[in-house]
Design a protein around this ligand. Sequence first.
Ligand code: ATP
Length: 256
Amino acid sequence: MPPLLQLDRVGIRFGGLKAVDGLTLSVDRGELVGLIGPNGAGKTTVFNLLTGVYTPTEGTITFAGERIDGLKPHVLARRGIARTFQNIRLFGHLTVLDNVRVAYQVNTRHTVLDSILRLPRYFAEEGRMAEESLALLERLGLAAHQDELARNLPYGLQRRLEIARALALKPRLLLLDEPAAGMNPQESRELMELIAGVRRDFGLTVLLIEHDMTVVMGICERIYVLDHGVLIAEGTPEEIRRNPRVIEAYLGEEAS
Ligand SMILES: Nc1ncnc2c1ncn2[C@@H]1O[C@H](COP(=O)(O)OP(=O)(O)OP(=O)(O)O)[C@@H](O)[C@H]1O
């Protein structure tokens, strides 16, 4: 079976800087793949290319057998690509439950007219969305916080809520941008288990950017390593751990 996601010699240039250069990468259905690399390696730019924030200046991106490079973010969300952000982007003034409900709305079938006329389909959809949102909060251990404002949640739970919101889009591919950033080791471990469990339960494919090596090595099946926009290694966690180019790239980061 062809991979769910395939990047073929993808590149993007910002002025004189090649943020991503000739990147070829694939993710199979159901895989959990890591994307790592020192600061400024181009990882978030890859996510921005996959979610339509940027259009590649070179190469092609194929998702579920179709070319997707250059499509708009909302189109890609509907096609099944959802993401979380490095800097949390929740609706801080909405409740935890409403943050998830809003995301569900992207997939609803009722029209604006249904809602204005308050047709039965509108109420049926609203009820279903509320139920599904709550089930999702339960799965992510957030149900007890459903009525709190998102901005009042502790940081670790805000990160979980971001994941809940991405899952509400019913994605086929989930892109997680440093989900363990700012967490203590205990929180990171719990998050790791959560991600692995959610992937299993929802039959998801996951591409994960993460600086925390324990997280990456603990849950990823394969890892790609970027440095200065270029792929320098690909392999199992064990292979990556021992790869001299990877060690060198990270030592360079520590020295700078
Ligand atoms: N919109 C943009 N305009 C100009 N330069 C950009 C833009 N977006 C990213 N860059 C540059 O591209 C390079 C890669 O950035 P990117 O954020 O993808 O790296 P990263 O691997 O995600 O880093 P970090 O781990 O620090 O988040 C950096 O040098 C960054 O300054």
